[in-house]
Design a protein around this ligand. Structure first.
Ligand code: ADP
Length: 552
């Protein structure tokens, strides 16, 4: 008993250890996942990562746009008239319609400032602008020349890109100013340059440049929304030009141009969404995925736990079965041997005694046969090799004759046998031997598990389109929570009353298999101390094929 308890305990600790080995890392993994996601949420890590990416995108855009502008300016500079032919500024403007104004400044000589004819304003705005530039260069020309030298030394570029603001119709307009040393300037303090107007920048240059940097990608994937960038002046929140992906609204991130376009700002944002929304979606998806994985993991653990417990229980039942069967085999065998030896010695006083001994030997060998039949049937069923021979059978006759061959034995055990077989039982297609074995198993159980009141009732009747074979006793009964388990293979109720009785735990599982193979079912109505009633229901109208299909 103590050993049994210890074995159960070690089994339990083994299962527990196994479960812990799976559960602990799984829980740790889930907890780590949740904490990690929480920290991402708390630190706005997704937003920060996207912002960092955007900073880089804007830095690259800045460089590319300025490089494009510089190339364009360099090309134009090559066509620019030298100091000797300075008067040809109009010709230069005529061949470069995108340039609004061009000028040459020579210290002491002043500025020669020309504009595209369509930009010539009647209110003398050009002359005002020329005057302003003249004054500016009077003061800063040497500084600009030094700057140009530095740029050339550092990058090989001969142009300096800067800006100029002009006030038109109460608005400040942005102009891109390109400065360089005119050809043939020598040591003279001379500067040449031209201006791109804000119209050209806003309508032509920047749209093209932005499109080159951030082309329109048609995508329907909501997890990869399109990015849009825009350029605006520092004096105005509204964009001056936008890339094709721009859908209005406030930029997520802004960055002033580092060089080339001072006074302009680059902005970037997602089309149709925001970084915060994206981050939230990312976190939501991650939490949902983690939740789903956790649920699956828990389900897996529960399933594994149930399987392992079932396997352990089955292993225990199997080992109990081996000891039960060995015990069951040994008892009749030793009885047979004992009585046969006594008979052999011929010491029995009278014929009656001899007869009694022969009967015992027969009874015990019958018990042996039925046990071995059960085991053989069981092994056939387990191997999927059990076959039934369905034949048209008079069930009433089958039940009657089976009981008849057991009547003597039953009554000898002190049982009162009540037999109630209705007359209207239709012939059924059944396997005679299997049905007889089922009845014998039920009758044997009734005999085995009755202690005080030795009563056995077998009835056969029709009800609800089926034939019912009922075996009832007034024995020890079965507790309700055990009733669904008794039909499992190897299962025996853990009651001491049962343990004192020999058994293999196979009988009822065989009966259930047989009955189901006939397309029927078996049920039990029982309670501790009030006896048991096993009812086999066999359908009347079923064909053999149907029954086979039902079993399959
Ligand atoms: P076995 O009788 O060899 O143990 P069975 O499969 O025939 O195996 O029965 C399984 C269990 O169901 C028995 O161990 C017993 O606990 C219980 N049982 C079966 N028939 C009866 C009955 N008529 N009365 C009380 N308990 C029963």
């Amino acid at each position: 008993m103590i050993r049994l308890k210890r074995r159960r305990w070690t089994e339990r600790t083994r299962i527990l250890a196994l479960m812990l080995a799976v559960m602990l890392p799984a829980t740790a993994l889930i907890a780590f996942g949740v904490l990690h996601l929480r920290s991402i949420q708390r630190d706005h890590a997704v937003e920060a990562a996207i912002q960092r990416d955007y900073q880089q995108v804007l830095a690259i855009a800045d460089k590319r746009i300025v490089a494009r502008a510089r190339d364009m300016a360099e090309d134009a500079r090559k066509d620019f008239p030298d100091l000797e032919h300075a008067s040809n500024l109009d010709g230069f403007l005529a061949t470069h319609p995108n340039i609004a104004h061009a000028f040459i400044f020579v210290d002491g000589k002043g500025i020669d400032f020309r504009s595209q004819p369509e930009l010539m304003h009647s209110d003398g705005e050009e002359s005002k602008e020329a005057e302003m530039f003249g004054k500016w260069f009077d003061v800063d020309a040497t500084e600009f020349i030094a700057k140009l030298k530095k740029i050339e030394e550092e990058s090989g570029s001969k142009v300096y890109l800067t800006n100029n603001w002009v006030q038109r119709h109460d608005r400040w307009e942005y102009q891109s100013l390109v400065l360089f040393r005119p050809l043939g300037a020598g040591d003279r303090t001379a500067l040449a340059g031209f201006l791109y107007d804000s119209d050209y920048l806003a309508n032509t240059f920047f749209p093209k440049a932005l499109n080159a940097v951030m082309p329109c990608v048609t995508t329907t994937d909501a997890s990869h929304p399109q990015t849009g960038i825009m350029v605006r002046t520092m004096k105005d929140k509204a964009p001056m030009a936008v890339s094709p992906g721009w859908d209005g609204g406030t930029p997520e991130l802004e960055r002033p141009f580092e060089a080339g376009f001072p006074g302009l700002v680059l902005g970037i944002k997602l089309r149709g969404t925001t970084i915060a929304a994206m981050s939230q979606r990312f976190l939501r998806t991650s939490f949902i995925t983690l939740g789903a994985i956790s649920v699956l993991l828990c389900a897996g653990i529960v399933l594994t736990y149930r399987n392992v417990t079932r396997e352990v229980a089955l292993a225990k039942l199997k080992s109990d079965f081996v000891s039960n069967v060995s015990h069951e085999l040994r008892t009749p065998l030793s009885l047979i041997r004992l009585y046969a030896e006594t008979l052999e010695l011929g010491r029995l006083p009278n014929m009656d005694k001899q007869q009694e001994y022969y009967q015992i030997i027969r009874k015990e060998s019958e018990r042996l046969t039925s046990l071995i039949n059960n085991i053989l049937d069981f092994s056939r069923i387990e191997a999927g090799k059990k076959e039934y021979e369905f034949r048209q059978t008079d069930l009433a006759d089958l039940v009657r004759s089976t009981l008849e061959s057991y009547r003597f034995q039953i009554e000898q055990n002190g049982f009162r046998l009540e037999q109630k077989i209705d007359e209207d039982i239709p012939p059924l297609k059944v396997d005679r031997e299997a049905i007889a074995r089922s009845l014998v198993n039920l009758v044997n159980n009734a005999v085995k598990y009755s202690s005080n009141e030795k009563f056995l009732a077998v009835s056969l009747y029709r009800a609800n389109g089926s034939v019912k074979l009922e075996v009832a006793d007034h024995g020890i009964g079965i507790a309700p929570h055990e009733q669904h388990k008794i039909f499992d293979k190897f299962y025996r109720v853990g009651d001491p009353l049962v343990h004192n009785t020999k058994g293999s735990g196979l009988g009822l599982s065989l009966v259930r298999h047989i009955v189901q193979a006939h397309g029927g079912n078996i049920s039990v109505d029982s309670g501790p101390g009030r006896g048991s009633r096993f009812i086999i229901s066999l359908p009347v109208q079923r064909t053999v094929q149907e029954a086979r299909r039902a079993t399959a």
